[in-house]
Structures are given as C-alpha cells and as structure tokens.
Write a protein that binds this ligand. Structure first.
Ligand code: FES
Ligand code: FES
Length: 140
C-alpha cells in the first residue's frame, strides 16, 4: 500500500479491528457483492430511518484482503448518518479519498467493493419498491 504512514496505520487498524462487522437482523435491506477479480464477497446490512432518507446503521461481513476489509469498515462509519442521496452519488474517487492511500489499478476493485455493495443494495431496494408500487397500481 502506498501513501502516508498515518493512512497506512489507519487501514491496518480497520483491517484488524473492523468497525460494524457483523449482522443486523431487522435491516431495511441486505446486499452481497463479489469482487470478480478474486471471488471475495462482502455482505452488507443497511438500516434506514423511517422516512428512508438517511442511513442509520450499517453492518458488514465477508472476507477479502486488507484493502477491501478496511474500506468496508471505514465506509460503514462514513455511511452511518449519511443521506441515501449521498450514497447514491459516491464514486470510486470518494472511496480512494476515504482510504487516503494510492490504490494500484489492480486493487481498485478491492477498494470499491463495499461501496458498490452499499450502492447496488440501495439501488435494488428502491428500484424494487418502485416496481412494487407499479404492480400495486396495475392490480387496482
Ligand atoms: Fe495492500 Fe494487501 S497489500 S491490500
Ligand atoms: Fe479479494 Fe481484494 S483480493 S477483495
């Protein structure tokens, strides 16, 4: 991992002591994603507030390299309290900024795995909700 010592330490710390590692049983949505380069997966539970506008809690589990695990751990902290809109707008540069180290092109998929899981999960959740609404209207 390139970059400053401080950020390197932070990544190792998140890797060794991942925050929000585990499971939330009554999550609003759960999504699992795979890094196609290595087959490692991360599964994430997300709890939204009653208006479904703000992320209240996040938990993740799965295996992967230090970068993917640290990224998931750091992201889980960043997502807590974040408007869903902001999650939808996150991109890989935001993730790399969050990590604060140089990520080689080979490692970018590791770095963004958790962010993709959260984003895809939200997209599917809200997408399905729209589908459900349409179905309900059609049924009436
Ligand atoms: Fe950087 Fe393993 S060497 S993630
Ligand atoms: Fe599998 Fe990084 S090597 S997630």
């Amino acid at each position: 991992i390139g970059g400053s010592d401080m950020y390197r330490q932070q990544i190792l710390d998140h890797y060794k002591n991942p925050r929000n590692f585990g499971e939330i049983e009554d999550a609003t949505f759960t999504h699992v994603g795979e890094n196609p380069m290595c087959g490692d997966t991360i599964e994430m539970d997300v709890v939204l507030d009653d208006d479904e506008e703000v992320i209240e809690r996040v938990a993740f589990r799965g295996d992967g390299c230090a970068i993917s695990q640290a990224s998931a751990s750091m992201l889980s902290e960043q997502l807590t309290g974040m408007p869903v809109e902001d999650l939808e707008e996150m991109d890989r540069d935001d993730v790399i900024d969050m990590l604060g180290v140089d990520i080689s092109p080979m490692r970018v998929k590791c770095a963004v795995l958790a962010e993709k899981v959260a984003q895809d999960g939200a997209e599917i959740y809200f997408g399905e909700k729209n589908v459900d609404k349409t179905t309900t209207e059609d049924d009436e």
